[in-house]
Design a protein around this ligand. Sequence first.
Ligand SMILES: [Mg+2]
Length: 212
Amino acid sequence: MRIGVDLDDVTAVCAVPFLRTFAAEFGLQLPAEDVGWHTLRDITAVSGEDKDRFRIRLYDGPFFAQLEVYGDAPNVLERMAGAGHELFYITARAEKQRYVTETWLREKGLMDHAKAVHLRPRRDFDPSNPPGRYDASSSARYKVRLADELGLEAFCEDDEVIGRALAESGIHVWLFDQPWNRDLAHANIERVVGWGDVARALALSSGDGPLR
Ligand SMILES: [Mg+2]
């Protein structure tokens, strides 16, 4: 099976460290639980322009290089590749993040499991997107287009807008359960709590898996 794999909040733990850094910068108190992208959206004490400036500065620094990997991702991705599935890392991160992204994938032992790493070209960003808002609809168009070009049958994703767009285009979505995507349901969407569920859905054998 040809499978797209999102990075942030599917493979890399991203929203929580982002929000913690954001809260520290602006002197804000985060909720005790279920912190995520919806938390950032609901913060009105910081303007959209300031949210944008913060994000651009953070992403141009060591943020992506320092993200933790979800604990069972390396093992399951290795077993998926070992079972003959063709994996494509597909992220809405900008193309200029390729070096830091690929270095991180190598450090975490994830690079060898994929056929390719796709980041979003500059032309795929929407300049009319309102300040401070994550540009989910142009990310969705980008991922749907790539999924079509690459002939993907399934996709590991957490974003609500992207997950819905992929599902509506006929792709089976393993939607990684996050507090910001709980409203999403579709016939092509299978909610998973983590990589163990993907391994079970693909009936991967535990342990080392078959020889490549
Ligand atoms: Mg994501």
